[in-house]
Design a protein around this ligand. Sequence first.
Ligand SMILES: Cc1cc2nc3c(=O)[nH]c(=O)nc-3n(C[C@H](O)[C@H](O)[C@H](O)COP(=O)(O)O)c2cc1C
Length: 188
Amino acid sequence: MTIMTILGSPRRYGNTAQVLEWIEEALRAEGHRIDRANIWEHQIGHCKESHQCRYPQSAACGTPDDAAKLFERVLDADRVLIASPVFSWGFPAPMKALLDRFYCLSGYHQDPDHAILLEDKPIGLMMTCGGDETENYEILSRVYRNMMAFFGARELGFWLIPRATTPEALGDDVRRSAAEFAARLAAD
Ligand SMILES: Cc1cc2nc3c(=O)[nH]c(=O)nc-3n(C[C@H](O)[C@H](O)[C@H](O)COP(=O)(O)O)c2cc1C
């Protein structure tokens, strides 16, 4: 299957990129195709609540930037993995902007007949953070669950890697867990 991975870190070779590479490596070894997007290489504007994506519905919105092209790749992929560092108990600004813009692809509570373009799309989330699991896991797993429900997407799993310092210090345990998480992403 094709798995689109979206790297939300500004660091092309940082902690998140390292763990993501291990996940991608394990997926490729199982014969899956990876379609990687590095979010910081794309221009993603903010959602301005124009609602132009709603009437008529489309994956494109009124902001002319790279989001529509990324949406096409999201819709084409069998599965999606968002990989991001934790910034201020949430996502770095460009990643947050893209997730806000997923509004184009999700349902619309004021119009129950509105199609949900992300309906049942399997989406996973992997995040690295500098702090402890206790201070980050609860809030971020809740954000993940709520986002998936709002998008109408299917939860593939959330994996948080705490106490990340440098890519070199991540160690064999994280590498093994990356292979396990990859298997979970690709499972039926
Ligand atoms: C602006 C900024 C905000 C951060 N906010 C948090 C935070 O809220 N909680 C946390 O545990 N770590 C936080 N961190 C640490 C990063 O999440 C951590 O270093 C992460 O592994 C960086 O990933 P990267 O190397 O892929 O960019 C923050 C780091 C930065 C630069």
